[in-house]
Design a protein around this ligand. Structure first.
Ligand code: ADP
Length: 484
C-alpha cells in the first residue's frame, strides 16, 4: 500500500480490514474521490463466494440465536466501545474513501456507534405477548424469533452509519448477517468488521463481502432461500429491482430508498433559523443524502429576504479536500455523480432556470461541484422531479398553504419533508398533511438512534433505528396451547 495522508492507526485499520476481507483472485481499486489517488485493492468477490458466505452465516445462526439477549448485547456493547475508541481512525478511513469533511466523518462514526449501543440495549426488550384466550382450556402466546440469515446492501453516502443501523438490530435480534458494502466505500465496512471481531463477535455471524459489480453477488442474496430477509439502502431504481428479485422467495424486505424532500418556508418563519436549516440539510455530505432538501419552496412575502440570506451563506461555504481544515463541502463520490448533477443543472438552465450562484463544476476540478442556487425551476425540467444528490438548491416561490402542500406531495417519493412556521395551528396542519415518513417542523431532523427512520410511497418499506427498528428482524410466531 502506498503512503496515505492518514494516521498510522487509520492505516493499520485499513490493513487489517483488507486482511479480513481476504485476498481474492480478482481485486478492485478503491480511490480517493478528492484526488483520484489509489487507496487500496479490495477483494472482488464472485457469486460462489457469496454462496459460501451465506452458507457460513446459516451455519452460524443456530448458536448465535441460541445465546441469551444479554450475551448478544454484551458483545454489541464491546463493539460500540471499540468504535468510539477508534472514532478518529475510522473517520479518517471514511473521509479517505468517501470525501466528506473529516469532522462530518467523525460525526457519522459516532452516529453509527449510537445504533450499536441502542440495539445492544434493545436486545433484551424483544418482548412477546400473552393474549387473553378465546376458551377456558386454551392459551394464546406470541413469540418473537430472529428471522434467520439477513442480507444487507449498503450505500456509499453513509458507509459506516448505514451499516451499523442494519447490522446492530440484526445481531441483537439473533440473526446472522452478510453485508455487501458499496463498491466506492468498502474500507469503512471492513474496518467495522475488524472491530466487531475484536469485540468477540464470532466469525461468520457477520461477514462483509466486497465486490466491484453489485448485481452478481447481490443476486445470490436475493435468490437464496437461505437468506430470509434483505435490508437495502440505496436508490429507488435498485430498490425496485431487488424487490422484484426477492419475490420468488417471498423474502422479507426493508428498503430505504430515494427521497425528494421539500423544504418549505412560510412567511411567519424564523428566517435565520430557516436559512441555517436549509444550509445544514442541503449541503451536508455535499447534498448526497436521501433526506437532503431537494426543492425549496418559499412563501412570496419572504422570498427576497430568504434568498438573499441563503445566497450569502452559500457563498461563504468552503469547498475542498475533506482532510483540509475548515472544509465544509468535499467532492462528490465519483465522476458519474458529477456528470449526473451537472446534467440536471444544464438541463434546467437550458430550459430557462437561472443559476443565482454556482451552476457548474468547481474550479478545483475532479469530482468537485460548485454549491449552486437555481431559481425559475419549472415542472418540465428534469431537476424538478429528480433526486439531485448534489449541492444544488432550487428555490421556488409559492402563495398559499394549500398550494405548497399539494406541490410538496406531488411526487412518488415520501421520505423526509421540512417546513418552517411559528404558527402552532399551521405546524399541526402541515405536519399531518405532508405525505412523508419523517417531517421536520422548524427542524432538519438530525436522524438519531432513538427515532424511526424510513419512508412511505416509493421511498421505502420499514423503519430503522428506534424500538421499531428491531421488529424488522424478528418473526412473530403464534403459539396456541390447548388441553389445559
Ligand atoms: P447510488 O445510485 O446512490 O449509488 P445504488 O442504489 O446504485 O445507489 O447503490 C446502493 C447499493 O446498491 C450499493 O451497495 C450498490 O453496490 C448496490 N447496487 C447497485 N446496483 C445494484 C444491483 N443491480 N443489484 C444489487 N445491488 C446493487
Amino acid at each position: 500500500m502506498m503512503t496515505l495522508p492518514i494516521s498510522p492507526a487509520a492505516s493499520a485499520l485499513i490493513a487489517r480490514g483488507l486482511k479480513l476481507g481476504g485476498p481474492a483472485s480478482r481485486m478492485f481499486a478503491v480511490l480517493n474521490p478528492a484526488n483520484g489517488a489509489h487507496i487500496a485493492d479490495v477483494a472482488d468477490r464472485s457469486a460462489d463466494d457469496m454462496h459460501a458466505a451465506v452458507a457460513r452465516a446459516g451455519a452460524a445462526f443456530p448458536a448465535w440465536s441460541a445465546r441469551t439477549a444479554k450475551e448478544r448485547g454484551a458483545i454489541l456493547r464491546r463493539w460500540h466501545g471499540l468504535v468510539v475508541d477508534h472514532a478518529d481512525a475510522l473517520a479518517e478511513v471514511l473521509t479517505l474513501e468517501q470525501g466528506k469533511p473529516l469532522a462530518e466523518a467523525r460525526g457519522e462514526i459516532l452516529f453509527g456507534a449510537n445504533f450499536i449501543e441502542w440495539f445492544a440495549e434493545e436486545a433484551k426488550r424483544v418482548y412477546g405477548d400473552i393474549i387473553p384466550p378465546h376458551a377456558p382450556d386454551k392459551r394464546c402466546l406470541v413469540l418473537k424469533q430472529p428471522i434467520g440469515v439477513v442480507g444487507a446492501i449498503t450505500p456509499w453516502n453513509f458507509p459506516s452509519g448505514m451499516m451499523t443501523r442494519k447490522v446492530a438490530p440484526a445481531l441483537a435480534a439473533g440473526c446472522t448477517i452478510v453485508v455487501k458494502p458499496a463498491e466506492d466505500t468498502p474500507l469503512s465496512a471492513l474496518a467495522l468488521a475488524v472491530l466487531a471481531e475484536d469485540a468477540g463477535l464470532p466469525r461468520n455471524v457477520m461477514s462483509v463481502v466486497t465486490a466491484a459489480q453489485a448485481s452478481e453477488v447481490a443476486g445470490v442474496l436475493t435468490a437464496s432461500p437461505d437468506v430470509r430477509k434483505l435490508s437495502f439502502t440505496g436508490s429507488t431504481r435498485v430498490g425496485k429491482l431487488l424487490m422484484r428479485q426477492c419475490a420468488d422467495t417471498v423474502k422479507k424486505l426493508s428498503l430505504e430508498l430515494g427521497g425528494n424532500a421539500p423544504f418549505i418556508v412560510f412567511d411567519d418563519a424564523d428566517l435565520d433559523a430557516a436559512v441555517a436549516g436549509a444550509m445544514a440539510t442541503k449541503f451536508r455530505n455535499a447534498g448526497q443524502t436521501c433526506v437532503s432538501a431537494n426543492r425549496l419552496y418559499v412563501q412570496s412575502g419572504v422570498m427576497d429576504a430568504f434568498a438573499r440570506k441563503y445566497a450569502e451563506a452559500v457563498r461563504a461555504l468552503k469547498i475542498g479536500d475533506g482532510f483540509a481544515s475548515g472544509t465544509q463541502i468535499g467532492p462528490l463520490i465519483n465522476a458519474a455523480a458529477v456528470e449526473k448533477v451537472d446534467g440536471l443543472v444544464r438541463d434546467a438552465i437550458g430550459k430557462g432556470a437561472l443559476a443565482v450562484l454556482g451552476g457548474g463544476r468547481h474550479p478545483h476540478g475532479g469530482n468537485f461541484y460548485q454549491p449552486t442556487i437555481l431559481t425559475g425551476v419549472l415542472p418540465g425540467m428534469e431537476i424538478a422531479g429528480a433526486e439531485i444528490f448534489g449541492p444544488v438548491a432550487p428555490i421556488t416561490p409559492f402563495e398559499t398553504e394549500a398550494e405548497v402542500i399539494a406541490r410538496a406531495n406531488d411526487t412518488p417519493y415520501g421520505l423526509a419533508a421540512y417546513f418552517w412556521s411559528r404558527d402552532i395551528g399551521r405546524v399541526f396542519r402541515v405536519a399531518e398533511a405532508l405525505e412523508y415518513g419523517m417531517v421536520g417542523a422548524n427542524e432538519v431532523l438530525t436522524s438519531n438512534e432513538g427515532a424511526p427512520f424510513g419512508g412511505i410511497k416509493e421511498s421505502g418499506i420499514g423503519r430503522e433505528g428506534s424500538r421499531y427498528g428491531i421488529e424488522d428482524f424478528v418473526e412473530i410466531k403464534y403459539l396456541a396451547l390447548g388441553g389445559i
